[in-house]
Structure formats: C-alpha cells, structure tokens
Design a protein around this ligand. Sequence first.
Ligand code: 6PG
Length: 228
Amino acid sequence: MSPAEPIWQVFSDRQSLVEAAVALIRQAEAASGDTFSIALAGGQTPLALYRRLAREHMNWEKWRVYFGDERCLPPDHPDRNSLQARLALLDHVPITPEHIFTPPMELGPAGAASRYGAMLANAGEFDLVLLGLGEDGHTASLFPQHDMGAGPDAPDVLPVFDAPKPPAERVTLSTKRLSNAKQVVFLVTGESKREAVRRWRSGEPIPAARISARQGVIILADSAAYPD
Ligand code: 6PG
C-alpha cells in the first residue's frame, strides 16, 4: 500500500510556521505514552523552532531526544547538529542528559553508525520526527544517488562518507528508521528550497519524498519555499 500523500501547510511568514510546529509538537507529546520520543532535524531551519520551544512548558521528563543525522565534527564544533540543538533548546529545558541520545561521532562514520544503531535498539516507533529539506531534495543525510536505507532489512543508521553537503562524513537515520514513526513533520523555509519543493510536488522521488509515517507526513513550508 503506497504511503498516504503528505499534507502541505503553507505560511506567509516564518513565525506563524514556528507556532504551527509548536502546536504539532504539543499535540504529539499529548498523544504519546509514558515517554515522548522525538528525532530532531539538523541544519539551520529548525533553530527558530527550537529557540521558541525552549520557552514552552512541556512534559520534559517524558522527552527522549534523538537526532535524525549528525556530522563527523568535534562535539564543540558549531556545525554539529547536536550542539546547535543544545544551544537553542536542550540546554534550556529540564531534559535529563541520559534522555538525550547523541551519536558518538568521535568513532567516525562507521563506528558511530554501529553504536548509534545499538542506542536506538529499544527506542521503538518515534512519536515524532522533525526533518529539514535540502536544496537537492535530501533530508537528514540521505542524499540523492546515495544509499537511502529504504529496504525492509536496512540498518537503522547509515554511515555517510561522501556527502555532497559538507562535511562529507556523517551518520544518518535510514529511510526505514525515520519512517518508523507515528508522525513526521518537515520544516521548509526560504527561496533556496523552491526547486526541491517543486520537484517534490511534481512527484519526483527525491529522498525527502521517500519518508513516510504511520499517521502521515506534514510539511510546514513558508511562501518563499512554496510558490503558488
Ligand atoms: C544536515 C541536515 C540537513 C538539513 C538540510 C536543510 O545535517 O545538513 O540534517 O538534512 O536539514 O540540509 O538544511 P538547512 O535547514 O540549513 O537549510
């Protein structure tokens, strides 16, 4: 059965997109069980949302935080997705450090992929996955003409050695693992994403379009990224 079509929601400005994302996160947390497992998106787009979330009163003790992908850089390197998430959100809310699962990138792509896969072994279905969209249609670190990890036997975590978006070395959750989710929400802003959005809407199988979720995929886009 092919996955349901994603739902596009377009916003005239980024602040209203952020508020809609906060509402979706709050709704997903309320629908979760004893824990709320969330995979965070990397890149710059979600940072405004993370900073806004840091001002919210959520059931933080329920949160179990994962990362959709991570870059092979030192832990204090400003381009690390996990550091960006800490500075914008995780260091400002009462989530116990043991509930934040950061890929051990010091092991390099292969080692980190294997260890992070083990860390995910008992995570089960994500309650929510947040993802971004690259100009070439990538999401997380699933790039065109690269292993998508979409098959039923695909590993949860893939090493990446030649990412076209620097740095070249990364780890990424596979298409299969990202789709093992109750809900997936994409955050897409800015004119630079317009072509990728056009391709997605025209049905091209860009990596982002390969992600599904049990209760469906929602794409929050601003009008700069989503031309009429
Ligand atoms: C990464 C991200 C990547 C990102 C997109 C969009 O590590 O690069 O996970 O998938 O979400 O490239 O990046 P921006 O939000 O910075 O445009």
